[in-house]
Structure formats: C-alpha cells, structure tokens
Design a protein around this ligand. Sequence first.
Ligand SMILES: [Zn+2]
Length: 167
Amino acid sequence: MLENLKQQLLIMRTQLNPPPRYIIVHHSATDGTLLSVNEYHRQKWSFKSSLGWYAGYGYWIDFDGRITQLRDDREEQAATIGFNKCSINICCRGNLDIEQPSAVQIKALNGLISKKQLEYKIPNNNILGHREIANTLCPGKYLFNWLCKNYPSSGFSGRIKDDMRDV
Ligand SMILES: [Zn+2]
C-alpha cells in the first residue's frame, strides 16, 4: 500500500513543471472581485487548478493586500502565453493603468516577490511586467512604473517605460 502511494506521488510529481524561473506581474484591469475573475476564466478556459481555482494566475493580491494562492508554483498557469510552464504569475486587483495600486497591495506584492525569489533563486532580471513579453497594457502604467523602479531591466525586449511624470 505504501508502494502504491509512493507511485501515485511520483506520478503527481512528474506532472509538475520544473521550478519556476520567472515572476510575471499583472493587474486584473477591472475592479472586479477574485470570484468574478475566476468565473470569467472558467467560462473562457475551464482550466481548473489543483487548488480548485479557474483563475489562471498563481496568486491574487486584493485591494486590502490579502494574498490568495490560486495555483501551485510548479503547476501550469493560464496567464502569459509562452511562459505558463516556467513562471509564477501574480495579479493585483484593479485597473492600475488609471489608478495607483494601494500601499498595502504593493507591500504584499513586494513581500511575495521576495519570498518566491528566495525560494526558487529567481534573479531580479526575471521579474517582468506582462507587457514586456506580450502586446498588452498589463500590469498598467502605475504598477509597471513601480516594477521598473524596483527591478532592473530584463533580458527580453527591454522595458518600455511609461512617462514617469504621473508617478
Ligand atoms: Zn497580464
């Protein structure tokens, strides 16, 4: 019986991806709740995580800074085409192109990034805003400017910085 269990664990393990190499930051682009995003993604992809969520991100950070884990760090995500098997995707609630992230949201994001960087030895250059690798405004200019200030430019297309005057 123990052998059976070991076998099962091995199978589960091999379905997981290698340790993540990137952290990709997103905004939800609306004020909608996690449950509404979850429902939207369920209808779009119906791709349920091992933690029971349909939302494609690895983590969700609410306005009050509360963090909800949606997918295992080594589980496939549904957030960034081409990077879903090698990245942790963190989504901050809100349209951060037109409003600033809240101070507690930034504090939570900073803490989560640091924790995951340490856990998986992810260098600063591999902390990316979604817009750096896709044609999108995500994670919004305010959050993207924060990323640019806090993490040096990446090895991809280079960061397209928004006008910093608004910050
Ligand atoms: Zn995004």
